[in-house]
Design a binder for this molecule. Sequence first.
Ligand code: MN
Length: 228
Amino acid sequence: MVSYVFPPPPVAALPIKGSDALFPVRRIFCVGRNYAEHAIEMGSDPTREPPFYFAKPSDSVVINGADMPYPSVTKSLHHEMELVVAIGRGGRNIAVADALSHVWGYCAGLDMTRRDIQNEAKKTGRPWDMGKGFDKSAPMGLLVPAAGVNPAKGKIELKVNGKVTQTSDLSKLIWSVPEVIANLSELVELAPGDLIMTGTPEGVAAVVRGDALEGFVEGVGDIRTNII
Ligand code: MN
């Protein structure tokens, strides 16, 4: 029997709509610049460059409705509203045509970003980790099973304090969900429990303590959190 020098950490997990079972989270991969209008607002060329990725720790998830504490060492905490893909069956070198069969489900999520730290990292050629992968940086809505969800189309929107800040459509993803799964599976072997945040549309902006964030992805569901 294995013994550990201290108790292993609890398994990060997401609640599932209409179920008492939880979805255990393994890794969180995020796609950068996957909507043209957001690439432009970030000062990039939105041509179809190959997708690129960064990651967040699995225990950065904040479950739907829970508060998100304003993080340390930033004066510019930005919201990024995203469709999140939850992998149920792993694989490597997955074909685009097979990709959706690897999806367990979807949720709405927020790729919260310490934009000042990320911008400094971009300028100096350093990693994005501390701008993206900080504690409680990934509020996630309830997961819904993949059956019945069409990830190719549907409104994606975020309101801050009741005012729409981001609005777009999944049809504007530069790299579609099947293309992202296929491409990412060439770089790493995907495994059950992996989450993929698919990128944010334009309209990212700073939030402050006291703000109420309320987003939805049509056909998938909501994400709510308050910044405290
Ligand atoms: Mn993002």
